[in-house]
Design a protein around this ligand. Sequence first.
Ligand code: GDD
Ligand code: MN
Length: 363
Amino acid sequence: MRQDSLIPISVIIPTYREAGSLPDLLDRLANLREGERDLEVIVVDDDSDDGTEELIASRGKDWERLIVRRGERGLSSAVLRGIESATKEMLVVMDADGSHPPESIPDMVQAVQDGADFSLGSRYVSGGSTEDGWGVLRWVNSKIATLMARPFTTVRDPMSGFFCLRASTVQRGESLDPIGYKIGLELIVKCRCERVAEVPIHFSTRREGESKLTLRVQWEYLLHVLNLCRFKYPRLASFIPFALVGLSGIGVYTGLLAVLDLLVGDAFSKSVRIVIAIALSMTWNFFWDRRLAFWDATGGIVRQYLGFVAVCTVPVLVNFFVTLYFSDRLVLPTAGLIGSVIGSAFGLVFNWCGNRWLVFRRS
Ligand code: GDD
Ligand code: MN
């Protein structure tokens, strides 16, 4: 190997209660320094209080640095913290528990030097493997999570927490969001990594400590996928919730007509009841659309509400008259169902465009 190809590396290791696993990993990383490789290790520990601090101190190696975060927790944010304080050009992120073989780091670094934007240690390319002992549940879990990442990358193992990229690549990441576990996926998508190389690894089962993959982490993954959708497919991620909220609005409108029928059927005329139901269901739609479909809009809520109502005029009028027309032959809720379905179909495209371009404008 050519001497000048030994690019300096920062290895970032997020840890939470990994004092038992660290010594072995740090020793194996130290081996990579032979051959004059400039390599620093940054352990980002979330106040584990399990001897991690004492361990790093007692080793007394100037290339092993420890950052202890107090009052903050999270794998992804710990990784970003490590990346911030890294001083070398090439960044490698890996688990502390021995699942990821440090011996693969040179190949991963080489892949990036050869032109990849991002390289990762992969279980799912030929030559890669997973140690036995993964329960069916964890395996299914991992498969589903991998499938959910498909819209964002065709990488075989996008769930990998063992990856490598240049510091300059991280720089081009827009609005990095350290939610959940999958910071590698986040970086691939947000840093617009086109060329991702997969280096086969054998994924070992941890010998010490325990996994931190909780139900909460899985819930956070769903939110993460939603955020990635919004980033990569902003129109679709707005239009689909908009359509679903519209659908829910039909239910709300029809239900309200039924309730009003029961409560004030004698006191108010049909037209008044229709108007009340329209006003309330429109407000329902407004609040949910604002949260789910136009999450990125700027501007005050009052202005948005008035704009929303204005854009709704046409479908609302369609709904009103169709409901009124059918209310002579059918019970009011059924007439309302027909009216709101027709009105909503009418308004689906028209309203979304009107709201997106006129009311909920992006910054
Ligand atoms: N600082 C910090 N804070 N580190 C954390 C935290 C945290 O809140 N939670 C977990 N870690 C560290 C662990 O100490 C370990 O070094 C690493 O992050 C991975 O945690 P594990 O709990 O061992 O994760 P896992 O085995 O379930 O998941 C692994 O497999 C996935 C692929 O299926 C990890 O490698 C993931 O990164 C990987 O995506
Ligand atoms: Mn693990």
